[in-house]
Design a protein around this ligand. Sequence first.
Ligand SMILES: *Cc1c(COP(=O)(O)O)cnc(C)c1O
Length: 469
Amino acid sequence: MDNKQNLLRKLPAINIILEQARIKQLESRCPHTLISEAASETVQGIREAILAGDETPDTITDLDTIAAVVAKKVQEKISPNLRKVINATGIVLHTNLGRAVLAGSAVKAINDVAANYSNLELDLNTGERGTRYSHIEKLLCRLTGAEAGMTVNNNAAAVLLVLNTLAKDREVIVSRGQLVEIGGSFRIPDVMSQSGALLVEVGTTNKTHLRDYESAVTEDTALLLKVHTSNYKVIGFTAEVSAGELTGLGRKKGIAVYEDLGSGVLVDFMKYGITHEPTVNESIKAGVDIVTFSGDKLFGGPQAGIIVGKKYIIDKIRQNPLTRALRVDKFTLAAMEATLRLYFEEETAVAEIPTLRMIMMPSEEIRLRAEKLQGLLREKTGDSIETEITAGFSQVGGGALPEENLPTFLVSVRPLSMSVNKLEKRLREMEPPILARIQKDRLLFDPRTLLANDCEVIAINLQRIMETG
Ligand SMILES: *Cc1c(COP(=O)(O)O)cnc(C)c1O
């Protein structure tokens, strides 16, 4: 007890801490209130530690040590919470890491409209009020073959909007095998009930036939819905009705057909040796009346939900009051337009859109990148880690192409003086934070998802960690 009182008495006063040189120099970089708040919090934290602990070391009241803690706290307070990280996981579309990285031209477009006024809702030809959707509609139509198109906040919003506009208080027929949950909170049956549409399930988990849809049609049927089962695959004895067959039935019965493609790609992945992913053009060509897909999955653009299809349906959606609540901002539109323009030539899209470039990266390029990273690590960290290059797999992620294992080369690192878990944690705490994969007693760096000078930054930070422990 005496010792506790003793230590408490030795705690420096706040004003003494604030007069320390290393604290004083912070004043040019951040507000005084933040510094004194950090000092009070630090002293309070130490006071609680003294009262709680039985064998608190005397050094806990050292002025230098306390000043260092305060400085660190101040640094945390002035660093942005949302910030850049280095993705060495090899998961191209990592929802926790912000999904698609934008192309350079999309970033520039955001910058231009952010720092200036723009013609967001002004028709420059007439000088009259225009619509924000006009900037991307022609591009969407040209690239997908659809009659009309627009975009909203995300694909979940697009699904809600389409169902609410076309099927409120009416029936929507969907296969049992397509009642998916995506990313934890998006579930087709839940979105359906939120939209006011009535779900009519047909078929079974593994097999649904055209006759199942046909016999479920009533005069209350508003839509035939097909959902891309993005994040899982049914294998074995399966049967699914194609978009073409479904539109055949839709025509015969006078019912619109809606396809939620999830990812929605504009290039044929098969050409690049990757599993075929249904393209938006294929759906439109098959006669699907309305198609929705994400902007930040395989399309490789900003977060958005893209809606394309028949003009009469898009017109109806625009008039739905919900559309105003789900509308996109000017940054999204700017990035979307710039990304769409890259698709004019497939070669350009594949070269410039980071998502496509990473997924289609030749293994020779990955091997060279791995060798470069390994070389830098050896140079910077000497004998403190063991490295080797091993063959492995990257993933597309983002609930897209769940079965696809993209062959890659990994730089496998084993730290000799600390545990792999500690190294992983220390890398996550660096500036910028570095995220890699742990496998047994090794940390794996996948060069597929590294950008610009990430290799150098990883090597320098690993050096720092190995030097300071
Ligand atoms: C990802 C996905 C969604 C949700 O899209 P967000 O853009 O994440 O809102 C909806 N439907 C399907 C089939 C999906 O794969």
